[in-house]
Design a protein around this ligand. Structure first.
Ligand code: A2P
Length: 315
């Protein structure tokens, strides 16, 4: 097994590395800055060429420092960051701030982090609408072609993509969504493939205490290949043509997550079917600081408004 150097072609001609390092630390803030910088430097020096961050993670400054410290040329590193949902009305200002914090001449991929706009101290609203915010992102790239390469969205569903695509001639290059064996997003991935939108998986391992990492269906495949369940999940995702951004601050696991086994067709099919088992199809993300419960909203929007066809744990 060697380091995964696979890249996928985006609809605008740029390549996105299949494996990236996630930088969401569980809560916004700078507490673990040194640990994060060390993880990113270690990842880059051990073959990673994609770092995924967001203005909302409040760590862009540390990502910028780590990329410099790693000694890997900026031109070899793919950096994704995201427009925060309090910034939908000031896309240009937010982008230039991210660029400044990342201390970089350009950003490879800029995503609208969420479809919903949240104004400070206000209820989540549709002002500006995500169609308007997308238009601003398109204009942003037209204004700064040297500073911004690809643009895309995150947390969009078939429903919200269907609401967006007829309003624009620029199809998002990427939609980044929660995706792992318990939430394989089969219809969404098929829909996106038809539209030419690349899918990046966030929480590809299922965040904390993930049942995926201990379930016999996955551990038995891992044992057969002499790898960990995390490597099995990531290999399944990459084999589907998806890029992944697992987060880890542990050096051994950072290396594991980019060293992926070749799974057999039967194994891949069994992982794809894993979510069909009772209580196995659900979100594993703690969108509200705890396992997401039925009927809850995510950043003010219901699952129905988001178009998220995903079950949750029982209330
Ligand atoms: P740690 O940072 O201690 O490695 P996700 O990216 O799906 O949200 O998951 C991140 C969580 O999974 C973190 O808690 C991380 O902890 C853990 N993790 C990352 N890589 C592995 C791995 N290879 N095996 C087990 N757990 C992992």
């Amino acid at each position: 097994m060697s380091i995964c150097t696979t890249k996928f072609k985006l609809n605008d001609g740029y390549d996105i590395p299949a494996v990236g390092l996630g930088t969401w630390q569980g809560q916004p803030g700078t507490e673990a800055a040194e640990e994060l910088i060390n993880s990113i430097v270690y990842a880059l020096q051990n073959g990673y060429r994609h770092i995924d961050t967001a203005s909302g993670y409040q760590v862009e400054e540390y990502v910028g420092k780590a990329v410099k410290k790693s000694g890997i040329p900026r031109s070899e590193v793919f950096i994704t960051t995201k427009l925060g949902n309090t910034d939908h009305g000031k896309v240009e200002e937010a982008f230039l701030k991210s660029l400044d914090l990342l201390d970089s001449d350009y950003i490879d991929l800029y995503l609208m982090h969420w479809p919903q706009s949240i104004l400070p101290n206000r209820e989540p609203s549709e002002i500006p609408t995500f169609q308007e915010t997308w238009k601003s992102m398109v204009q942003l790239r037209e204004k700064y072609p040297d500073k911004l390469r690809s643009i895309g969205v995150s947390n969009f569903s078939i429903k919200t993509l269907e609401e967006l695509l007829p309003t624009t001639t620029v199809v998002p290059a990427v939609n980044q969504v929660e995706l792992h064996p318990m939430l394989p997003q089969i219809e969404l991935v098929e829909y996106m493939a038809k539209k030419g939108i690349h899918c990046t998986c966030y929480s590809p391992l299922g965040q904390y205490n993930s049942p995926i990492l201990t379930h016999l269906d996955i551990t038995s495949i891992a044992e057969r290949h002499g790898v960990t369940p995390a490597q099995v999940a990531l290999a399944w995702e990459v084999s589907r043509g998806l890029s992944v951004c697992p987060k880890s601050s542990n050096q051994k696991r950072i290396v594991q997550n980019i060293t992926l086994p070749q799974l057999t067709d039967e194994e891949l099919i069994s992982i794809t079917n894993f979510h069909r088992k009772p209580n196995m199809h659900r979100t594993l993300c703690t969108y509200n600081g705890h396992p997401t419960r039925r009927g809850e909203t995510v950043l003010g929007w219901t699952f129905e408004r988001l178009g998220w066809d995903i079950s949750t744990t029982e209330p």
